[in-house]
Ligand binder design. Structure first.
Ligand code: B16
Ligand code: MG
Length: 215
């Protein structure tokens, strides 16, 4: 088998923080009287904080200065972090902890490739930081998914080639980034949305070494 490493997305793969991102963005959208629902929120998955804000503002008609936008992003992040304050090990998505243990026991390298600038804080809350051989988050990248930069950087830090790593992603932009970077990929979610991945599961529960054997 040629696979040497697994690179995990964070939100939607390790923990379901998407619901907190939604609540925090919804609060801001309501204040600005911009219509925003769960369906619109799909577009924000995997993309950066600033791009998410631009997507929401485009749905309204008012224009804002860069300073105003900065303030809005800050405010959203503050309420997001407040929602995240209760996160703990119980919030790790099904099968993930076991899968990480299996990977470690079998000497696979483990990486994180997340657009989130809060990734380290969330991993710490989940007590999972120690599993990761490389952590690349929103603070280390300049190009957002679907650009493959975040995964290429993680592969580089792990010392593996993209063709030796599997990316696990829940967002369409994330699967696209994995494909563009030359990685194998597993999608978590709807096969109609994540069809470009090598395999798609509706949840994280089936993840395990047997899946890696298929590559
Ligand atoms: P933050 P991932 C992404 O994380 C989220 O999916 C996306 O909705 C969010 O806007 C982005 O992180 C930035 O997050 O505001 O915490 O920096 O899925 O790439 O782990
Ligand atoms: Mg995600």
């Amino acid at each position: 088998m040629k696979i040497k490493a697994c690179i995990f997305d964070l939100d939607g793969v390790i923990v379901d923080t998407a619901k907190f991102h939604f609540k925090a963005w919804k609060q801001l959208a309501d204040e600005l009287q911009i219509p925003f629902d769960e369906h619109d929120n799909e577009q924000l998955k995997g993309v950066s904080r600033t791009t998410s804000l631009e997507i929401i503002l485009q749905k309204g008609s008012k224009k804002f200065s860069d300073d105003e936008k900065l303030l809005m992003a800050k405010k959203k992040n503050a309420s997001y972090l407040e929602y995240c304050s209760t996160i703990n090990e119980q919030d790790i998505l099904p099968g993930i902890k076991l899968f990480l243990d299996e990977l470690k026991e079998n000497n696979f390298l483990i990486g994180l490739g997340s657009a989130s600038k809060n990734a380290l804080l969330i991993l710490d809350k989940l007590n999972l930081t120690r599993y990761f051989d490389a952590i690349v988050d929103g603070n280390k990248i300049t190009e957002a998914k679907p650009n493959p930069q975040v995964f290429l950087k993680a592969a580089e830090e792990l010392g593996v080639l993209p063709s030796e790593a599997v990316v696990i992603e829940d967002a369409e932009a994330g699967v696209e980034a994995a494909v563009r970077g030359g990685f194998f990929s597993i999608g978590i979610g709807d096969a109609k949305i994540l069809g470009k991945a090598n395999f798609v599961f509706s949840s994280t529960a089936p993840l395990g070494l047997e899946v890696l054997m298929k590559f």
